[in-house]
Design a protein around this ligand. Sequence first.
Ligand code: IVH
Length: 718
Amino acid sequence: MLGSPALLLSGTLSNPYSPYLSNMYTPVQEKNLYDSGKELLAAQVQPPQADLLRSIINYADWKYYVQNDPVFSDYEYDQLYKKLTELEKMSPASIPGDSPTQRVAKGLSEKFPPVAHLVPMLSLDNTYNAEDLLDWDRRCKDLAGTADIEYCVEPKYDGASISLVYEQGLLTRGATRGDGVMGEEITTNVRQIRSIPLSAAFVQDGLTQIEIRGEVVIHKKVFAAYNAQRAAEGLAPLANPRNAASGTLRILDPEEVRKRKLSAVLYHISDYTLLSGNEIPEPLHTHFDALQYLYQLGFPTPVQEMKRFRSIEEVIAFCHEFEHRRDELPYEVDGLVIKVNSFDLQEKMGMTAHHPRWAVAFKFKARQATSKLRKVEFQVGRTGSITPVAKIDPVPIGGVTVASISLFNEDVVREKDLHLGDTVLVERAGDVIPYIVKAMPELRDGSEQPIIFPTLCPDCEQPLEKPADEAVWRCINISCPAQVVERLSHFCSKDAMDIRGMGAANVKKFFDLGIITTIPSLYRIDWSRVEQLGGFGEKSISNLSNAIEQSKTEPLNRLIFGLGIRHVGETMAKTLAHAVSYLKEFYDWTADQFQALEDVGPKVAAAACDFFHLAENRHMIDELEQQGVSLYNHHKSSDQGEGALAGKTFLFTGTLNKLKRSDAEAMVEEKSGVILSGVSSKLNYLVVGADAGSKLEKAKKLGTVTILTEDEFLTLMG
Ligand code: IVH
């Protein structure tokens, strides 16, 4: 029976219909964990605090991944995590299997062995309209032997289905659906999904084993950022979050899986075993309560979205209303799932070989359409990459007219065997850019023509090249006008220097007239020439010149992104910007130094290193500086102070006059600096108070440590 102390402790019972919807943590517990986290961040941690650190990190994960409401900054989280790893290193034998550090796996997975699901993973029957649902309702009533059925409705997530098994409260197995009977064991990868608890308090309710089903999904924002990064690396973007989720689950490198930031939503308990003598826990009588119960134990379930109804008419109305709101969810959904709420009735109704009779999917209108492929244009990108772009007969898909679709590279065109004149199937998932799913060769009439790739640049007519390790053809003429225009447009774009009014059309116009030639030339435009152009009044000129002026103080990460360094997308630009206080510091960096930054691989490191060593680029940066463009990380302090001291190490010694030691250390950590415990070659700054002793002597001897008085330290902190 339910009613164990932990559950009763867990906070206010906010839902009058179900007693199980309370948070995993009470407000008091949340406050305690948060405060303890802050305290430990500023302190030297001791081995007995490992358990507390684990609780804090689990809490931070839950806030971040289940509640979408982070409490610690990424930097703080990393510091807490690091402190825990350090403690665990001291006594490796006592690391519990469900410690947050144990998600990480070193090395590659061998392969994914087949495993039998405890009960087959069925799929769902589909409905598409009110009539289908009315039919289904009639069948349900027949099978249930009653007209009094409560339905529970929840989103149908468009991802990859998974099954999780918990034994004695510990996650012991994660598996893909496979053929429904046998799946692939992907436990190591499932452990990289931080919203999935590694342990949960099932045992307190007598549940010795439980199998939970759900969907692995990718947050639309995470997906977009990932694709932007791929684009920056010259790779074809992944088609949609669904493919991205299922592909990621099968990646052999768990570290790569972790980086892809998968999420999960759990929506079904498929099997459980009770310790003998235990009664079925109270919430495990209805689907609605079961999902509330799982949520209460820390699992991500659709508690916010799911609704109960006592008639199919209400269900239908909800389905129609929800379809309009589908894009408001952070994940892609392709419909709703309607389930009979009572587990007793579910059992009575049973299943076919393919799907349960007590559940059905209501599919939203497909965001797919067919059209004719008329033409392929070849566009020159800012790095010289040649991108084929399909021009199709305009077709409306999910409220947007699609006429132009990127085909990314030659391989994509070949793989899909696309021909001019083909009928093509086009998909546009939610916020995702439209893409061609496939050609429909069965509809060809013989008039279709092959797509011929150019051998010369469509703009400057220089021969194109295809580097051996790349999928794209490139124009390697660095002064190819098309490339220069693209680089200028990119520099001015919203996510880079955000120069309003300098869109692609104006950039092209100004470039063609020689008003701008290079990036620095943007800052010395001869406005009298612009005045003479048609379409530029006093107001628009003043707006434009103000926007250019304002861009001079954009944060460093935007400038770095705007410079268009190969493989450096928006996120990477932030990483780079955080690492320095002044752009030219990169002039002395080696590729190894770049690679030592979080998430920077050899490709990015080499590209960044090359960029900052090239004389022309240094010249461009000099010119920008002369024009008054800030190369400093001046936004660091407003950026919650984060990152200003990234990579810098500090140690305090002696008695400080003005500051408490712990406050001083917290100031350093706020700015991403690190506190060391002793003087070593790793130490950058020693802050000395009154009566400093051996540490000061040692630092002086080393000669590499900057020694600061308390006042100097305060100045440094701004
Ligand atoms: S219930 C026996 N609920 O849709 C219960 N499935 O097209 C079967 N899906 O294979 C699953 N969201 O992968 C259920 N809220 C939800 C779902 C959901 C997505 C997936 C699931 C299933 C597929 C069927």
